[in-house]
Design a protein around this ligand. Structure first.
Ligand SMILES: [Mg+2]
Length: 378
C-alpha cells in the first residue's frame, strides 16, 4: 500500500511579544478609551481595546502584569495565555477582563499580519462582506428627554443607520414606588418619541440596564409591545427573573454584555435568560471567547449581537469575528460620542448606511492614527 505523503509546509517562526504601548484617549464625561499596541520581536504590531473597564488605573496595572507573563509565550499561544489568565480574571473582575481582552485582540491582529490574512480567516472565514450596526444613542443624547432622544435618533438615521438603541431607564430612583413609576413613564415616552422618528421601517432597541423588578418589567413589556421593538435588553437583574421575563414576553430579549467567558455564558443560556446573547469583545475574553460563546448560542438556537460601546479598534476587532458567525444579528456602534472618532484609525473607520465593510487587509486592517490619539490624549 502506498504511503500517503503529506507536504510539509514551513511553519511560521515563533514571534515573541516584546513591547506594549498604552494610549488613553479622552472621549467625553462617560469615560476614556484605552487602546493598546503590542509590538513583537519581529517588529510587527497589533492593536487591542481595553476601554470601559470601570477603573482604568487598575486596567493599566493588569495590562502590564498580563503582558509580562505573555512575554514568555509566542504570539501563537492564545489558548495557553487564556488558560493561564482565566482564574485571575474571574477573581479580579472587569478591569482584568478588559486588560486580557485587549492583549488577546493584539495577538489575533498580529497573527493575521504575520500570515498576511484578515483575522476573520482565522475564525472560519467570512459569511458576509458587511456588518450591520445599530447606533447606540444613549451615550450622546442630551437632554435625556423625549425630545433629546428623538433628536439624537434623527441624527443617527440621517447618518445612515437604520436601527438605534436607547436606555432611558438610567438614573432610576430607588425605593420610592411613586418616583420609580414616574421615571418609568418618562422612559416609555422617550421610547415612543424615538419610535415616531424611526417610523415603521427602522428598528428601535431598548436597554433597561436591569433597573426594574420582575413585576414592573412585565408591565413594561405590555406597554411596549405595540411599539414593535427589535429587542428589550436586560429588563431585570436576577437571572431567574430574566428567564421568567423571557418566557412571558413576546418582545425579543437580549443581554449578557458583562458576562466573562464561555463557562458563565453557559449558565446564562441554560437558564433561558435571553433570545439574543451579547458578548462584548472587551469583556467576554476576546475574539476566541466570542467565537466560543457564539457557538454555544448557536447550539441553543440563539442569535448573537456583540455588545459595543468601544473605540474604533474594538469595533474593528469585533467585526472580524461577527463576519464569521452564522447566528450574527447586529453589532453595537456608539454614536455621536466624539466627532473625530473615525479618524482615530488609519484608514478611518467608515460606515455606509450603518454598515461596516469587512476589511480584507491583514489582521484587523487598521493602524492607530497617533496624531489623533495624542491630540485627544487623556
Ligand atoms: Mg446593555
Amino acid at each position: 500500500m502506498a504511503t500517503l505523503a503529506l507536504p510539509i509546509r514551513p511553519q511560521p517562526a515563533p514571534v515573541a511579544p516584546a513591547d506594549l504601548e498604552v494610549f488613553q484617549v479622552k472621549v467625553n464625561r462617560r469615560g476614556n478609551w484605552v487602546i493598546v499596541r503590542m509590538r513583537t520581536s519581529a517588529g510587527i504590531t497589533g492593536l487591542g481595546d481595553a476601554s470601559h473597564g470601570g477603573a482604568d488605573e487598575k486596567t493599566l496595572v493588569l495590562l502590564h502584569r498580563f503582558f509580562a507573563r505573555l512575554k514568555g509565550y509566542s504570539v501563537w499561544d492564545v489558548g495557553r495565555f487564556r488558560l493561564d489568565a482565566f482564574a485571575e480574571i474571574e477573581a479580579a473582575g472587569r478591569p482584568a477582563a478588559v486588560a486580557f481582552g485587549a492583549l488577546e485582540q493584539c495577538l489575533w491582529d498580529i497573527q493575521g499580519k504575520i500570515l498576511g490574512v484578515p483575522a476573520h480567516r482565522l475564525f472560519g472565514g467570512a459569511l458576509r462582506t458587511s456588518i450591520r450596526n445599530y447606533a447606540n444613542i444613549n451615550r450622546s443624547a442630551e437632554p435625556r428627554s423625549p425630545a433629546g432622544f428623538a433628536q439624537m435618533a434623527r441624527a443617527a438615521f440621517d447618518a445612515g443607520f437604520d436601527a438605534v438603541k436607547l436606555a432611558p431607564f438610567d438614573g432610576m430612583p430607588r425605593g420610592d414606588d411613586a418616583a420609580i413609576d414616574q421615571h418609568a413613564r418618562q422612559a416609555v415616552d422617550c421610547i415612543a418619541a424615538v419610535r415616531e422618528v424611526a417610523g415603521p421601517n427602522r428598528d428601535v432597541l431598548v436597554d433597561v440596564h436591569s433597573t426594574l423588578n420582575l413585576e414592573r418589567s412585565l408591565k413594561l413589556a405590555e406597554v411596549l409591545e405595540p411599539l414593535k421593538l427589535f429587542w428589550i435588553e436586560e429588563a431585570t437583574p436576577r437571572l431567574e427573573d430574566l428567564a421568567e421575563f423571557n418566557r412571558r414576553t413576546q418582545i425579543p430579549t437580549a443581554g449578557g454584555e458583562s458576562i466573562f467567558g464561555v463557562k458563565n455564558f453557559y449558565r446564562y443560556i441554560a437558564a433561558g435568560a435571553v433570545d439574543i446573547t451579547m458578548p462584548d469583545i472587551k469583556y467576554c475574553g476576546g475574539l476566541l471567547e466570542m467565537k466560543k460563546i457564539a457557538a454555544l448560542s448557536e447550539g441553543a438556537g440563539l442569535m448573537v449581537s456583540p455588545h459595543g460601546p468601544a473605540s474604533p479598534v474594538g469595533n474593528a476587532a469585533a467585526a472580524q469575528v461577527c463576519a464569521t458567525l452564522p447566528n450574527f444579528l447586529i453589532l453595537e456602534h456608539s454614536f455621536g460620542e466624539a466627532p473625530w472618532r473615525a479618524e482615530l484609525t488609519d484608514p478611518p473607520e467608515e460606515l455606509r448606511q450603518g454598515r461596516t465593510n469587512l476589511s480584507n487587509r491583514p489582521g484587523f486592517g487598521i493602524s492607530l492614527n497617533e496624531k489623533i490619539a495624542r491630540k485627544y490624549a487623556a
